[in-house]
Design a protein around this ligand. Structure first.
Ligand code: FAD
Length: 516
């Protein structure tokens, strides 16, 4: 049995001081506190083969955002008399080494539903319990405990938002105050021979500095998250009238939504604190929107996807995933690369993909457009391939939400109206007839007259010359003809749906391909 007098707080997500029950418990009654973050090579190993700077799992923007969040956490811990201990290596091995070396009686960390963390946690918990170390691992990343919802639903995750809402009800903690502030923390104990470092820079992690002409405008960290939250809810009317999916996906100078997703992803912002702020605001306005379209409704979408993801084996793939339609997607590397590298020849689609690469964030409807285009709309490429690109490049990349939305947009699960598509030409035009968004992210088209900016291949050569952009030379011709490509996609979706229904989900995409 451990006789220690210290606690180890293992930060993974939950990179915050406010509403952090694991940190609060770790600090209570402990002589020493070891606040640890482990730099995990699984996410951080530089990959020279990757299609843009970063590791094979995480693009440079997200790594940068994480390091900023860690620096901010370190500063906030220092204000409370502590500091962040950064270590490197396979997290379970590093943690077990620390537990062996340090005087620890309590191990505290936020519960994580992602399969990757679940597997790590099994190893760490198994060591801690044999060593007699108390484990405290509360659910605080989401509004609800996904396991509770699944239990209430007879062991199965609810597959619609409305049924999720019915099961969830109002969270139990809404009426009792959350622990928002800690006034001090126990000092850090002796760290012995463990290899502790400061929060590294991207260069120290082995990445080369990149010469980007436009950098991600969002800075990581709890301080920035709380500031952004305050600014978002300051405008009570805006919050009260918030209605998604209304909102302009092309607004980039002032995005139409909160851009709190990267802060929620890393837990720099507590979703529960966000939810309570919204509830307080709703009490003080005459009228407000409600789920699914309200801002609080967006947080509930987040919890919905977390719950389904937690309760669905193989949620992140088509094969073996019971809630996913089996569709014989094309394996067309050329089309995938054209989409990924913003070379489809459809300016609306390419501008969104450039925003993804440069900022790591795009509006929800912009994500809809490119996901629909890649899969059931035009290219008929597998949703898993698009998911991988988003997973790497988004700064808010989130395992449950990203997979859930790709399943949705590809009409593989949740949403099945495959005839309803986003036109790569007319959808963006509705919001931004002048094409300012395209001109910003695709400067090669900045002088194209507005009549042609969404379909530059239709511009006469004289206009292309004047705009200094020859289609096929300076900017690509469309990779597909939208009308015929979409017709073909619809036909193939109809065939796949019919077969899925006939064979009641027992058919694999391979079988479908063989039947064709
Ligand atoms: P707001 O509208 O201000 O909403 C507030 C918060 O609610 C968001 O920060 C987010 O945490 C949550 N939320 C909003 N919309 C959704 C949604 N549809 N599903 C679940 N939660 C939601 N969001 C991610 O956080 N990570 C992802 O990896 C991700 N991948 C996506 C992939 C595709 C193909 C699509 C279509 C959407 C994806 N989304 C993802 C959902 C959504 O687009 C973003 O959460 C949202 O655009 C973030 O901007 P915001 O913070 O301004 O959102």
């Amino acid at each position: 049995m451990s006789s220690g007098s210290g606690s180890l707080m293992w930060f993974r997500k939950g990179l915050r001081i406010h509403d952090n029950p694991a940190l609060e418990y770790a600090s209570k009654g402990s002589k020493f506190l070891y606040p640890v973050f482990v730099i995990d090579p699984h996410y951080m190993k530089p990959d020279p083969e990757a299609f843009s700077p970063g590791s094979s799992k995480a693009g440079l923007n997200r790594i940068q955002f994480l390091l900023e969040s860690l620096r901010d956490l370190d500063l906030n811990l220092k204000r409370l008399g502590s500091r962040l201990l950064v270590l490197k290596g396979e997290p379970s091995e590093v943690l077990i080494r620390c537990l062996k070396e340090w005087d620890v009686k309590k191990l505290c960390f936020e519960y994580d539903t992602e399969p990757y963390y679940q597997a790590l946690d099994v190893k760490v918990k198994s060591y801690a319990s044999t060593a007699g170390i108390e484990i405290y691992s509360p659910v605080s990343h989401t509004l609800f405990n996904p396991a509770d919802i699944i239990r209430k639903n007879g062991g199965k995750p609810p597959l619609s938002y409305q049924s999720f809402l019915k099961l969830a009800g109002e969270p139990s903690w809404v009426s009792s105050p959350l622990s928002i502030t800690l006034s001090s923390l126990p000092p850090v104990g002796n760290t012995g021979n463990c290899n502790i470092s400061e929060v590294p820079t991207v260069e120290e992690l082995g990445y080369e500095e990149t010469q980007q002409d436009e950098l991600c405008p969002f800075r990581g960290g709890e301080t920035e998250a709380l500031k952004r939250l305050r600014e978002s809810i300051e405008n009570k009317e805006w919050v009260a009238k918030f209605e998604k999916p209304k909102g302009d996906p092309s607004a980039f100078l002032k995005p139409a939504t909160t851009v709190l997703s990267p802060y929620l992803k890393f837990g720099c912002l507590s979703s529960r604190y966000f939810y309570i702020c919204l509830k307080d605001l709703y009490k003080n306005v005459k009228m407000h929107t409600v789920p699914p379209v309200s801002l609080a409704g967006q947080l509930l979408w987040r919890d919905f996807f977390y719950t389904v993801a937690f309760g669905t084996p193989s949620f992140d793939q088509m094969r073996g995933n019971k809630i996913c339609k089996q569709i014989p997607w094309n394996d067309d590397e050329e089309l995938l690369v054209a989409w990924r590298e913003a070379r489809t020849g459809f300016p609306w689609i390419d501008a969104i993909m450039i925003q993804l690469r440069k900022w790591g964030w795009m509006h929800h409807l912009a994500r809809h457009c490119v996901a629909c285009f890649l899969t059931r709309g035009d290219l008929f490429v597998h949703w898993e391939k698009g998911r991988d690109v988003f997973e790497r490049l988004l700064i808010d990349s989130d395992w449950a939400i990203n997979n859930g939305n790709w399943l949705w947009l590809s009409c593989s699960s949740f949403f099945y109206q495959y005839n309803r598509i986003y036109s790569p030409i007319s959808f963006g035009k509705k919001y931004d007839p002048n094409g300012d968004y395209i001109r910003h992210f695709l400067p090669v088209l900045k002088d194209m007259p507005k009549e042609y900016i969404y379909e530059p291949w239709t511009a006469p050569l004289s206009i292309q010359n004047k705009a200094k952009c020859i289609i096929g030379r300076d900017y690509p011709k469309p990779v597909v003809a939208h009308d015929s490509a979409n017709k073909d996609c619809r036909r193939r979706m109809a065939e796949a749906y019919a077969l899925n229904q006939k064979m009641s989900g027992m058919v694999s995409a391979e079988d479908l391909r063989n039947l064709r």
